[in-house]
Write a protein that binds this ligand. Structure first.
Ligand code: DQA
Length: 144
């Protein structure tokens, strides 16, 4: 079983970006943490981050036939991108939406999530641990 962890714009700046909201752990350290979790569970994992919507769409399309599940934090594209919604629907790979903060309790423009409609679950407001929870949800869903 293989999981693809996708992160959208500005998440490469984790650790220095609005630490009062997103914490002080870096993107590299998030990847290390999730690598350990997946190793322990006997699950393969790959990471990808991009600031560009079309590049994320490409990565989702390329995941077909290579990954059994996707964990995605689309960041700001959560609230704008029908293209990412359509990509997840198109490939049909079980996908869990993650947010470090809880966008539903922030500015009103963060309350819309387009991608949610294509996801089997959403984990939000749990900090970086939310990614671990998303992986566990996928493992359960995929019978691992
Ligand atoms: C975020 C929430 C989004 O509203 C925001 O644009 C992000 C990060 C989160 O992880 O809490 O960049 O997805």
């Amino acid at each position: 079983m293989r999981i693809l962890v996708l992160n959208g714009p500005n998440l490469n700046l984790l650790g220095m970006r609005e630490p009062e909201i997103y914490g002080r752990e870096t993107y590299a350290s998030l990847c290390e943490r999730l690598t350990r979790v997946c190793e322990a569970a006997g699950v393969g994992v790959e990471f990808f981050q991009s600031n560009h919507e079309g590049v994320l769409v490409d990565r989702i399309q390329e995941a077909r036939g290579h990954f059994d599940g996707i964990v995605i934090n689309p960041a700001a594209y959560t609230h704008t991108s029908i293209a990412l919604l359509d990509a997840v629907k198109a490939v049909g790979i079980p996908t869990v939406e993650v947010h470090i903060s809880d966008p539903d309790t922030r500015e009103p423009f963060r309350r819309i999530s387009y991608i949610r409609a294509a996801c089997i679950a959403t984990v939000k407001g749990k900090g970086l641990s939310g990614y671990e929870e998303a992986i566990k949800i996928l493992c359960r869903h995929l019978g691992k």
